[in-house]
Write a protein that binds this ligand. Structure first.
Ligand code: MG
Length: 204
């Protein structure tokens, strides 16, 4: 499986990163070794002094697809989860300054947290109207709704599948709303989707 991630898919986040709003989706990938699907503690890596949280809605692909049209994209997923795209911001910054690929800053082991998947049917809501938030030690740090995405899930799937075949089990991290920031050892992170606590993670 592969882990596809979208950058700058919420305008206020693009602004906080002092980045332009993209005119088409921009993707990167994490290796499957980055995945932490059981919410084991996140062990703060010794190679960074600025690991930051990015809370994201995650969609799991349920069937093989290539060149998927946006109007058919909804047939390729049926559930969502909350995930954290952990980012070693200091390392990423260093690579960006040199215009080099910043893979290791976002692809390191444990950097792709994902909680349990919930069927959209069970939520009884459109994928384009899901509220989610992240608290650290009880304090709300990020709040978003999928209606605020620059490119909605169906368009993300349509766009990326023109270039890259999607397979069952692939994950798409759909971008983070504003409010990204550093984590530190001892923090407890709670993520909530439509009032359901789906993430509960300790930083160690
Ligand atoms: Mg991200």
């Amino acid at each position: 499986m592969k882990i596809l991630c979208v950058v700058r898919n919420y305008a206020p986040h693009a602004k906080e990163m002092q980045s332009a709003i993209p005119t088409e989706p921009v993707f990167f990938m994490k290796p499957d070794s980055a995945l932490n699907p059981k919410q084991l503690p996140f062990f703060y890596p010794d190679f960074s002094q600025d690991v930051q949280h990015e809370l994201e809605l995650v969609v799991r692909i349920e069937r093989l697809g290539k060149c998927i049209r946006p109007e058919f994209a909804h047939k390729y997923y049926n559930s969502v989860a909350l995930g954290i795209d952990f980012t070693a911001r200091d390392i990423q910054r260093g690579f960006k300054e040199r215009s080099m690929p910043w893979l290791i800053s976002k692809g390191f082991d444990g950097s792709a947290v994902v909680g349990p998947f919930v069927k959209l049917e069970e939520l009884g809501k459109s994928i384009n109207d899901l509220s989610f938030d992240l608290k650290i030690n009880g304090e709300t740090r990020q709040q978003g709704n999928s209606s605020e995405m620059i490119f909605d899930v169906d368009h993300l799937i349509a766009y990326v599948s023109r270039f890259i075949t999607l397979r069952t089990g692939d994950l798409i991290y759909t971008g983070t709303p504003a409010g990204v920031g550093p984590v530190k050892i001892g923090d407890k992170i709670i993520g909530t989707l439509e009032g359901r606590e789906l993430l509960n993670l300790d930083i160690k």
